[in-house]
Design a protein around this ligand. Structure first.
Ligand SMILES: [Fe+2]
Ligand SMILES: [Fe+2]
Length: 299
């Protein structure tokens, strides 16, 4: 079984909604989706997962228009598409019916916290897009759903998809500075508690949101974040699973589509790029070391 995860397209397929956004994001989003249409380089994957921020959004009017336009662009896909909610789809308002409506109209009401069940793998999709801003009601509901899904099909290896990483993907203090938003990781610690107590089947967590690529291991679980297409270095992930291993391959978009000015962890947003102890060069801070981009998990 093979599937791909794309994220952070920040597409604005409706010309009227452009007040802000990432330079060249639409062209890269179009290229990315084209790879999964019939005849595209990845038309052989069994399904495609969108790990959030597929649109840029900004306000409710733009969210409505962009979501509608995105839906049209997903129609030519040669395989099933599974969404995961990002903060730009709902402007952080996790659990708010008005802000969630464009997403539910596009994908259905059952596409926030749900499982993709395959014969040998259970893929858990969880909405944590409103981390820090989340209401206590939604926070409780989110944790309950996560617990239920983690406990389902005991013994079957599980992959979790959530927009905001559950752990810090770079040195915590450095990442908090370079990302510049409080949501540099999911701040509700009960999700990690659940991984530790009832998440024994989970082998991999895949996220987006940070606009950089990296993988860290915590208590035997690989936590991967891919940069997505809007921001340099423009990455996505292909996951190949057999009954005895999960192979992850992070791929970059073609160089001709790269836009260094879309980097959010360096110039032009900051005077210089960031580094941390494990990533002594600005480029490795953005792209990750080779072992973060290509790795195999034995089952
Ligand atoms: Fe994003
Ligand atoms: Fe995000």
């Amino acid at each position: 079984m093979k599937f791909a995860v794309i994220n952070d397209l920040h597409a604005q397929f409706t010309p009227k909604s452009h007040q802000s956004g990432y330079p060249g994001a639409n062209g890269r989003a179009e290229w990315m989706l084209g790879q999964f249409a019939k005849g595209g380089a990845h038309d052989d994957v069994d399904f495609l997962i969108g790990a959030g921020d597929l649109i840029h959004g900004e306000d409710l009017k733009a969210i409505r228009a962009e979501m509608k336009a995105l839906r049209k662009r997903l129609k030519p896909l040669a395989m099933p598409f599974y969404p995961c909610c990002g903060n730009h789809e709902i402007k952080q308002w996790e659990g708010d019916a008005d802000y969630e409506r464009p997403y539910t109209k596009a994908f259905g009401k059952d596409r926030f916290d749900y499982a993709i069940s395959t014969e040998s793998l259970e893929i858990i999709v969880l909405n944590n897009a409103g981390t820090y801003h989340v209401t206590s009601k939604r926070r409780e509901q989110r944790a309950q759903r996560f617990e239920q899904m983690l406990k389902a099909r005991p013994g079957v290896p599980k992959i979790v998809i959530c927009h905001v990483p559950l752990v810090s993907i770079r040195d915590r203090d450095v990442l908090r500075g370079s990302f510049g938003f409080i949501s540099y990781r999911c701040l509700e610690g009960e999700l990690l508690d659940l991984l530790d107590t009832v998440g024994g089947d989970v082998r991999l967590v895949v996220s987006g949101h940070l606009h950089l690529t990296g993988m860290v291991q915590r208590r035997g679980v690989c936590h991967l974040t891919t940069a997505g297409t809007a921001s340099f270095p423009h990455d996505y992930a292909v996951v190949d699973a057999t009954p005895d291993r999960i192979s992850v391959n992070v791929r970059a978009l073609p160089k001709s589509l790269h836009e260094p000015a879309s980097n959010i962890h360096g110039p032009p947003r900051y005077e210089a790029g960031y580094t941390d102890a494990d990533h002594p060069k600005a480029l490795s801070y953005l792209r990750g070391r080779p072992g973060e981009r290509r790795f195999t998990i034995k089952l």
